[in-house]
Design a protein around this ligand. Structure first.
Ligand code: PGA
Length: 250
C-alpha cells in the first residue's frame, strides 16, 4: 500500500511572517496521520518552517535547489543547506522553472541525482502543454521528460522519488484534468517505471497529480488507482483548504 502524500507548493508567496502565521494555524489542525503531508516553501521561509514544524508530522522542503554543494553560484541554494534545516523534500523541474528560468532536462537530471545523493526526496514534475495535449502528444512528452530527467537514477533510488504529473494547462488555471485523464497519465508513468526498472519499483513509487487540485476535487482524484497524492499550489495557501485536502478520506 502506498501512503498518500499531499504537498503544498507555495511558489513565490508568503513572507516569513506570513509563513509563520499559516504554519502555526496548520499545526493546530487535526490532520489525518495516515497521510504524509508537507509544504515546499520559498528558501527564505525554510528556517521558519523548521522552527514551527520540527517534531510534528508535517514535513517541509524547498521549491528548487542547485546541484552543487557550495561555491560561486550567486543566488542559489544547495542540498547541504537544505539538509542543515532538516528539509525533507525538494521540488525539481516544476514547469514554471522550466519555462521562466529555462531549466533544461539535463539540469533537472543533475538536480534529481544531487537530491538523492543527499537524502532529500525529489518531487520531480513532468507534464505537457495545452498544445501538446491537443495534438495528443502528452505521453510522448512525459516519456521524453522521464527518460532524460531520471537518467542514471538507480533501481535502489527510484522508489524514493515522488513524481508529480502536472499538465501545464491545469496549473493555476482552475481547469483540472478529469480524474480519468489524470489517472491514465499516472498509469502511463507507473508503466514507464515498470519497463525501465521493475514491477516492484513501479508498485512502490508514488505519483502525485498537480494542477488546480482543491477540496472540491481531491476525493475523486485520489480515489483513482494510480494517483497517490497531490502537489498543490493555490489551495495550499489557506489552512482550511489544506486541512480538507489532507483529510480527504474523512
Ligand atoms: P495549482 O498549482 O494547484 O495552483 O494549480 C500546482 C503546482 O503548480 O504545483
Amino acid at each position: 500500500m502506498r501512503k498518500p502524500v499531499i504537498v503544498g507548493n507555495w511558489k513565490m508567496n508568503k513572507t516569513p511572517s506570513e509563513a509563520r502565521a499559516l504554519l502555526e494555524e496548520v499545526k493546530a489542525l487535526d490532520l489525518d496521520e495516515n497521510v504524509e503531508k508537507g509544504f515546499c516553501v520559498p528558501a527564505i521561509d525554510l528556517l521558519v518552517a523548521q522552527e514551527v514544524l520540527e517534531g510534528t508530522d508535517i514535513n517541509y522542503g524547498a521549491e528548487n535547489m542547485y546541484y552543487e554543494e557550495s561555491g560561486a553560484f550567486t543566488g542559489e541554494i544547495s542540498p547541504l543547506m537544505l539538509k542543515d534545516v532538516n528539509a525533507k523534500y525538494v521540488i525539481i523541474g516544476h514547469s514554471e522553472r522550466r519555462e521562466y528560468f529555462k531549466e533544461c532536462d539535463c539540469l533537472v537530471n543533475k538536480k534529481v541525482k544531487a537530491a538523492l545523493a543527499h537524502d532529500l526526496v525529489p518531487i520531480l514534475c513532468v507534464g505537457e502543454t495545452l498544445e501538446e495535449r491537443e495534438e495528443n502528444k502528452q505521453e510522448e512528452k512525459v516519456k521524453d521528460q522521464l527518460t532524460k530527467n531520471l537518467k542514471d537514477v538507480s533501481e535502489a533510488d527510484i522508489e524514493k522519488v515522488i513524481i508529480a504529473y502536472e499538465p501545464i494547462w491545469a496549473i493555476g488555471t482552475g481547469k483540472t484534468a478529469s480524474a480519468e485523464d489524470a489517472d491514465d497519465m499516472c498509469a502511463f508513468i507507473r508503466n514507464f517505471i515498470k519497463e525501465t526498472y521493475s514491477e516492484e519499483a513501479s508498485q512502490k513509487i508514488r505519483i502525485q497529480y498537480g494542477g488546480s487540485m482543491k477540496p472540491e476535487n481531491v476525493k475523486e482524484l485520489l480515489a483513482k488507482e494510480n494517483i497517490d497524492g497531490g502537489l498543490i499550489g493555490g489551495a495550499s495557501l489557506k489552512a482550511s483548504d489544506f486541512e480538507q485536502l489532507v483529510n480527504f478520506n474523512n
